[in-house]
Write a protein that binds this ligand. Structure first.
Ligand SMILES: Cc1ncc(COP(=O)(O)O)c(C=O)c1O
Length: 399
């Protein structure tokens, strides 16, 4: 992978922050966008913009072709079929869609885990008013899931197991194939939150046995406002719509409506056409690099970071973890650490990372997090490490 060349594809990475070259280590929150994606969106608006599925004029046909072409690209990227791929606003919306449409009722159980992002906890909690109960799989000290908990918690009453493929805090990559087997053996379904995996490694929905899988475009070089929900076709066909309105219907009479086929049934109203087209361009860009290469590159970076960041407390030590290192500097709040790093042009996330139950489980209130992507190199990690050493030395002087 030619990281220097890749870096030059991202206009924002050539800017300065606080007089220093920007070191962007916050891709787990949102990734930067390559010129190819930005230009594709500009080209769409300048030359093809129209509404989709509705007109017979040239622009409408071009817009529809671009939108449906993006669906094909994204589906292919995770080995799904286009009619199993629903465009949503983001991963969060995909999970909410499943929560609201899968027909949960009294007595149903859902098994989540303590390492989930809030978006894979709260939508399930919202079903408690329907009499649904939720169980949570715990983690081991190294930040891996306690797989034995699945054997104990998943029962015949379990309707769905919801788990993240890759933790946004610990970096742990979970054995979702194994979890799929446990779920299916008990007659339950598996939803995989792939917000932190689809951008960073090869993902194959069929091979892993996911029944549903969600991800967000903005974390994988695409624009904000567009995400995807994969669902097994048989399941999607049985599910009622999430929202009502235009485009999700075959026919409407005042008395009743005949819903459209999958996936359009779940895409009420004018969709984010430019967003989908931009996501298609992001997928092209990533496919050109090759997802195996992306994964290997990030493995190298995370190994280097793990070695370098011995002077801070880090969380999540699973073998083969993804490109995320959460850490704390003893005696400082993570927001202060992030602000001090920002003075050196280094962007890291700080806070609870939308994973408050995990923070509680780790016995902390917050952490700073460096996360890596295709445009990061070892020099970025060296700069982070040097800045952290300076911060710690400063603290020693003050103490
Ligand atoms: C593991 C995980 N799941 C879900 C989400 C939610 O993504 P979005 O806010 O794009 O819906 C995130 C975002 O950080 C995440 O890291």
């Amino acid at each position: 992978m030619n990281v220097e060349k890749i870096k030059s594809d991202f206009p924002v990475l050539s800017r300065k922050v606080n007089g220093k070259e920007l070191v962007y280590l916050d891709s787990a929150a949102t990734s930067q966008k390559p010129r190819h994606v930005i230009n594709t969106i500009v080209d769409y608006y300048e030359n093809h913009n129209a509404n989709v599925h509705r007109g017979v004029h040239a622009l409408s046909e071009e817009a529809t072709e671009a939108y449906e072409g993006a669906r094909k690209k994204v589906a292919n990227f995770v080995n799904a079929k286009p009619d199993e791929m629903i465009f949503t606003r983001n991963a969060t919306e995909g999970i909410n869609l499943v929560a609201q449409c899968l027909g949960f009722g009294k007595g149903d159980e859902i098994i989540s885990s303590v390492m989930e992002h809030h978006s894979n906890i709260v939508p399930w909690q919202m079903l408690k008013s329907r009499g649904v109960t939720i169980g949570f799989v715990d983690i081991n000290d190294d930040g891996t899931l306690k797989m034995d908990d699945y054997e104990k918690l998943v029962t015949k009453k379990t309707k769905l197991v919801a788990v993240t493929h890759a933790s946004n805090v610990l970096g742990t990559i979970n054995d979702v194939k194994k979890i799929a087997k446990i779920a299916h053996d008990a007659g339950a379904l598996l939803l995989v939150d792939a917000a932190q995996s689809v951008p960073h490694m090869p993902v194959d929905v069929r091979d892993m046995g996911a029944d549903f899988l969600v991800f967000s475009g903005h974390k994988m070089l695409g624009p904000t406002g567009i995400g995807c929900l994969y669902g097994r076709r048989r399941l999607l066909e049985e599910m009622p719509p999430f929202m009502g309105g235009g485009d999700m219907i075959k026919s409407v009479e005042l008395e009743k409506t005949v819903y459209n086929d999958v996936p359009y049934r779940f895409e009420a109203g004018t969709p984010d056409i430019a967003g989908a087209v931009g996501l298609g361009a992001a997928v092209d860009y990533l496919a050109k690099i090759g997802m195996k290469n992306v994964r290997e590159h990030e493995k190298k970076l995370v190994n280097r970071a793990t070695k370098e960041l011995q002077m801070v407390e880090t969380y999540g030590h699973a073998g083969g973890k993804g490109g995320v290192v959460a850490f704390n500097v003893r005696g400082l709040h993570s927001h202060d650490v992030a602000s001090m790093l920002d003075e050196n042009g280094i962007a890291v996330r700080s806070g609870h990372h939308c994973a408050q139950p995990l923070m509680k489980r780790l016995g902390i209130i917050s952490a700073a997090r460096a996360s890596f992507y295709v445009y990061n190199d070892e020099e970025d990690i060296a700069k982070l490490s040097a800045s952290l050493k300076d911060i710690i030395n400063l603290l020693k002087k003050v103490a």
